[in-house]
Ligand binder design. Structure first.
Ligand code: NCD
Length: 313
């Protein structure tokens, strides 16, 4: 079985089960998708296939990226992003909604505010579920596109020093990314406001996977030997009170002075949206990779959808 065949018919709930071989195969496929898109806009690999895009939380990039990816593969999409206009607002359970959608669709992409929701959906559905973010839990497709971006920006994944800056408690993208980084050795540094530190159980789990981790009070301590600076916003919607949010917000900001201290060969990433953590003046620096990261998301999700639906490129 090739590595891409391994994905056929599978749920993608988290990063578990992904290994270097699967990731290499997926990234090679993403590069082929990039060539296809650049050469002719798309392909008909998934013609006649339907994706249900079920979003219970706001999204710009992830939601439109799945629509663009499926469309460029020749398939089509049932978009459900305003659940208040759907039967969910009548009290329908996630399980029933998912069972209904799988009658129409071949794959369901789900974003939900509760950790574990993707697993509940997967237990209810026979068709594959792709987790597009379950509360503070995981966001595996973002981690895949993040890793792909690092590979494309720096030419390697092994032995890198990655600094994760921001809301490491609620940031599901960093949770998934750290798990994938554990496959490649290297070091991960955590810099966050006190209230939103990387959760201890996750740090322990990552230690068990052999990831070298350290926590730092300020970015100044680590910026000079960082290969990847991965910035996140404080996840306002996950705080119990405005007061708690206010304590964490606004305590860090990447600006041109920060970037001036970074290595020539390094990159700055952000899953977006940003709300002031990176000064817009940084955008013109060639190390600012966040908009290339957005574009890479489409190639990686095209590769993933094609593999899950059994027609890999
Ligand atoms: C992230 C998310 O939703 O977790 N956004 C995204 O998918 N690109 C990060 C965030 O919302 O801060």
């Amino acid at each position: 079985m090739t590595s891409l065949e391994w994905l056929r018919g599978r749920d993608v709930l988290g990063t578990a089960g992904l290994d270097r071989e699967n990731l290499d195969a997926l990234f090679a496929s993403a590069r082929r998708m990039r060539s296809i898109v650049k050469d002719r806009g798309g392909t008909d690999l998934l013609r006649g296939r339907v994706l249900a895009n079920l979003f219970y939380e706001p999204s710009t990039r992830t939601s439109s990226c799945f629509v663009a990816s499926m469309t460029r593969l020749g398939g089509s999409v049932i978009p459900i992003s305003e659940v208040r206009y759907s039967s969910v607002s009548k009290g329908e359970s996630l399980r029933d909604t998912v069972r209904t959608l799988e009658a129409y669709a071949d794959v369901i992409v789900l974003r939900h505010p509760e950790e574990g929701a993707a697993k509940i959906a997967a237990d209810a559905a026979k068709k594959p579920i792709i987790n597009a973010g379950d509360g503070p839990g995981e966001h595996p497709t973002q981690a895949l596109l993040d890793l792909f971006t690092i590979r494309e920006e720096l030419g390697r994944l092994d032995g890198l020093t990655v600094t994760l800056l921001g809301d490491l408690k609620h940031g599901r993208t960093v949770h998934s990314l750290a798990k994938l980084l554990a496959l490649y050795g290297g070091r991960v540094r955590y810099v966050s406001p006190e209230a939103v530190r990387m959760p201890d159980p996750l740090v322990a789990e990552l230690r068990g996977r052999g990831l070298a981790q350290s926590e730092h009070r300020s970015l100044d301590e680590v910026v000079a030997d960082t290969d990847v600076l991965y910035v996140t916003r404080v996840q306002k919607e996950r705080f119990a009170s405005e007061d708690e949010y206010a304590k964490a917000q606004g305590s860090y900001r990447v600006d041109l002075a920060t970037v001036a201290r970074m290595k020539e060969k390094s990159c700055i990433m952000h899953p977006l949206p940003r709300v002031g953590e990176i000064d817009e003046a940084v955008d013109d620096d060639r190390r600012a990779a966040y908009f290339r990261q957005v574009e890479n998301g489409m190639y990686v999700r095209m590769a993933l959808l094609a593999a899950v639906l059994g027609s890999p490129a």
